[in-house]
Write a protein that binds this ligand. Structure first.
Ligand code: ADP
Ligand code: MG
Length: 239
């Protein structure tokens, strides 16, 4: 069974074909990767899945149910949360208060909000920052806050848009390890990530897109030997 499936999804912006006939599925409990150069359509694809944008063609199925045309609020309540590429926390609120907002608007019951908040802080390793204001956090801390906020919603599917952007290799490894632990607890994850090494090491399935089109999809070992992927991303590098 697939937690999320997109079928023939397309979206244009005034003639610019941002997503073109993309089909892909993320199996229950998997961690999937979405990779492609800047402007490939990755964030647009996530916006289509989360209902922030309506597709021109195609459909989105969440746990087998067609959710195309649902509002973002309804999709969020159904169990899909997105950690945004550009985090916009409430700067004056503490790290914990920001994460708590994710829990309040999520699927946890009111009695569980504090427990879920503290669990998300711990999973992302930012418990010690709980009482610091969000303003003044480093890039790495902001990324962890953003993923914790999405995680606190207790989604069934966590979409993470470039959670490792701007992170150094050690921070990237820590973020990927945290996402692996979240997956190990049963959550399904689909993440955008540029670092091929990190994606190959962590993901069960990978979708590669370029100029809006899927150029490869499958297990890391299959994708790594795909000629188009090798040409576009890997060069002669060892993976
Ligand atoms: P990625 O996340 O892979 O870097 P995006 O999905 O953000 O790529 O963008 C794909 C293409 O669609 C880009 O050419 C981008 O400029 C364009 N685009 C994205 N969002 C909009 C929008 N709201 N209006 C017009 N063009 C957009
Ligand atoms: Mg993007």
């Amino acid at each position: 069974m697939s937690t999320i499936e997109v079928r023939g999804l397309s979206k244009s912006f005034r003639g610019l074909r941002a997503v073109v006939d993309v089909t892909f599925a993320v199996p229950d409990g998997a961690i999937a990767g979405l990779i492609g150069p800047n402007g490939a359509g990755k964030s647009t694809l996530f916006a289509l899945v989360t209902g922030f944008l309506a597709p021109d063609a195609g459909e989105v199925l969440f746990r087998g149910e067609r959710i195309t045309g649902w509002t973002p609020e309804r999709i969020g309540r159904a169990g899909i949360a997105r950690a945004f590429q550009i985090a916009r926390p409430f700067p004056g609120l503490s790290v914990r208060e920001n994460v708590r907002i994710g829990a309040l608007f999520g699927r946890a019951g009111p009695r569980d909000v504090d427990r879920v908040t503290d669990d998300a802080l711990e999973m992302l390793g930012i418990g010690e920052l709980a009482h610091r204001p969000a303003q003044g956090l480093t890039v790495g801390q902001l990324r962890r806050l953003e993923v914790a906020r999405a995680l606190a919603a207790r989604p069934l599917l966590l979409l993470a848009d470039e959670p490792c952007a701007g992170l150094n290799p050690a921070e990237t490894d820590a973020m990927m390890a945290a996402l692996g632990r979240i997956r190990d607890r049963g959550m399904t994850i689909w993440l955008v990530e540029h670092d091929m090494r990190a994606v190959m090491a962590t993901c069960d399935r990978i979708l590669v897109i370029a100029a809006g089109r899927a150029i490869a999809a499958g297990a890391p070992a299959e994708v790594a030997v795909n000629p188009e992927v090798v040409t576009a991303y890997l060069g002669d590098a060892d993976v």
